[in-house]
Design a protein around this ligand. Structure first.
Ligand SMILES: C[S@@+](CC[C@H](N)C(=O)[O-])C[C@H]1O[C@@H](n2cnc3c(N)ncnc32)[C@H](O)[C@@H]1O
Length: 205
């Protein structure tokens, strides 16, 4: 399946019905999710591997991975409401294998893994004054992953590289991503907000 076809398949994935601003609930656009998953697949990080989506929301990254032949996919989310949507999305996408949806705190994840591929678009903390809320998600990736792909706020490269180096890992790829968000939170003052982000591939071990 091409990257474009993957983005089309993910076009049916519904987003958050009642998004909660403190949890930074906005969904990754299908194009960007397809870009990340396709890139990961070309690196050999999806097929026949265990893929974990931390802060899965309505399942966009988990379902993208599930369309590319992994051995197992786990979606971890704190909030039960988007998890219910994720289950409906799974039926629409008809991916295999079935995704294991787990309601849990992604920063204290109840998984005994060391070799997973982690995909994540974690909360950045920029709007809530909790700068680098993504740090705790990176901590989890360092524990459970061999490789991770994570979306961060623009300007995070220095922070991510320093964090990863401290954990003995390496940032092997980085690319910029810009995406539109519909107006859904009070701190958005126009109909659409453009989010400038950066995506990093990290090899942890
Ligand atoms: C930016 S959204 C990304 C959603 C989804 N991964 C996507 O790409 O469309 C961040 C998600 O992380 C979830 N989240 C925030 N803090 C969390 C935590 N401590 N544990 C698990 N999920 C969390 C939010 O509820 C939200 O669904």
């Amino acid at each position: 399946m091409t990257r474009r076809r993957l983005a089309q398949e993910l076009g049916v994935v519904a987003g958050f019905e009642n998004p909660r601003a403190p949890l930074e609930q906005y969904h990754t656009p299908p194009d960007l999710a397809a870009h990340i998953v396709h890139h990961a697949d070309l690196q050999g990080d999806i097929e026949n591997r265990t893929v974990v989506d931390l802060g899965t929301g309505t399942g966009m990254l988990a379902l993208g991975a599930a369309l590319r032949g992994p051995e197992r996919v786990v979606g971890v989310e704190l909030d039960p409401a988007p998890l219910a949507t994720a289950r409906e999305n799974e039926r629409k996408v008809a991916a295999r294998p079935d995704v294991d949806w787990i309601r849990a705190d992604a920063t204290r994840v109840p998984l005994c893994l060391t070799d997973a591929t982690v995909l994540m678009n974690p909360p950045f903390g920029a709007q809530t004054g909790n700068e680098h809320a993504d740090r705790a998600f990176l901590d989890t990736a360092a524990d459970v992953a061999r490789v991770s792909y994570s979306v961060h706020n623009e300007g995070s490269r220095e922070f991510v590289e320093a964090f990863v180096a401290d954990a003995g890992g390496e940032v092997t790829h980085a690319f910029a991503a810009e995406f539109d968000l519909p107006r859904q939170f009070d701190h958005h003052d126009s109909d659409r907000e453009t989010l400038d982000a950066e995506v990093f591939r990290v090899v942890w071990r």
